[in-house]
Design a protein around this ligand. Structure first.
Ligand code: GDP
Length: 195
């Protein structure tokens, strides 16, 4: 994917602020600090468009980034500082749950999991909730550069098992540091976004 243009559009706090140009939306979910901002920056080859190290507990917003005239990345608030409930409402405002369940233009959810560690209870609850609601999801294991290459498959296996992923569920090994997984992830995004 050749990114010619990338811009921050809005921090939306409700449906009235969502863009109306009907482009496909690719949302990112994951624990705080898992590497969501870094992933966006790496995918679009900008050092600092998406702000890294977003503070936990900050206002709950959907951060929209427009890429070319092709799609939006939608950065969801990080979870993991509060218990993830079955309904997700205790963690995220109702509007975020509604966004995930009802947004017509949402084509794919990237669920980021730190490759270094087994998934947390929150990660497991989140993935289970996404699958239960039959959302198109791709797990992206982040910070691969921090795990020796020889151990990648072992860590992937632990994550696949802990999340009870099916064989057909997508998983991409990713590093914002090295660019590992970038091309593969773009091709999945294009496929789901029909770009
Ligand atoms: P967010 O809270 O999910 O948006 O996470 P950030 O993108 O702000 O990343 C949190 C921290 O992890 C920052 O210090 C990043 O530099 C670091 N980080 C993110 N991705 C990677 C990666 O792929 N490799 C390494 N080594 N560090 C990463």
């Amino acid at each position: 994917m050749k990114v010619k243009q990338a811009e921050f559009v809005i921090s939306a706090v409700g449906p009235a602020q969502y863009p109306q140009d009907a482009l496909p939306e690719i949302a990112l979910a994951g624990r705080s600090n898992v590497g969501k901002s870094s992933l966006i920056n790496r995918m679009i080859d900008r050092k600092n468009l998406a702000r890294t190290s977003s503070k936990p507990g900050k206002t709950q917003t959907l951060n929209y980034y427009k890429i070319n005239q092709d799609l939006y990345f939608v950065d969801l608030p990080g979870y993991g500082y509060a218990q993830v409930s079955k309904s997700m409402r205790a963690v995220w405002g109702k509007f975020i749950e509604q966004y995930i369940l009802e947004r017509e233009h949402l084509k794919l959810l990237l669920h980021l999991i730190d490759l270094r560690h087994p998934p947390t209870k929150d990660d497991q609850a989140m993935f289970e909730w996404l699958k239960y609601n039959e959302l198109p999801v791709c797990v992206v294991t982040t910070k691969a550069d921090k795990v020796p290459k020889g151990k990648w498959q072992k860590h992937v296996k632990i994550i696949r098992e802990a999340l009870r992923m099916d064989k057909t569920d997508e998983l991409v090994l990713f590093s914002s540091e090295t660019g590992q997984g970038k091309d593969e992830l773009w091709s999945i995004i294009k496929q789901y976004g029909e770009i």
